[in-house]
Write a protein of this length. Structure first.
Length: 84
């Protein structure tokens, strides 16, 4: 599934990003915001952002978003560690 957002071009041009960077930045920002709202787990947020869990954790920290580390996240981390 893919989602298309229509945004005002004048507003987009105010972003300090080149056209090639905007889509990627928005993908990461949305994933971080959805995680902060409790809508996604860390693993789900990382997948939506197109990052590994460590890099997604860094993105969260850069934005001052605390990690919500519950049972689901612990189970995901354990499963991920076992696959390594």
């Amino acid at each position: 599934m893919s989602v298309t957002l229509e945004m005002d071009e004048q507003a987009l041009n105010c972003l300090p990003l080149g056209p090639g960077e905007r889509e990627r930045a928005m993908q990461i920002e949305l994933a971080c915001r959805f995680y902060a709202n409790g809508w996604l787990t860390l693993g789900q947020g990382a997948r939506l952002a197109g990052l590994d869990q460590f890099a997604f954790g860094v993105a969260l920290a850069e934005r001052g978003i605390p990690r919500q580390y519950g049972l689901t996240e612990a189970q995901e981390d354990l499963a991920h560690a076992r696959r390594q």
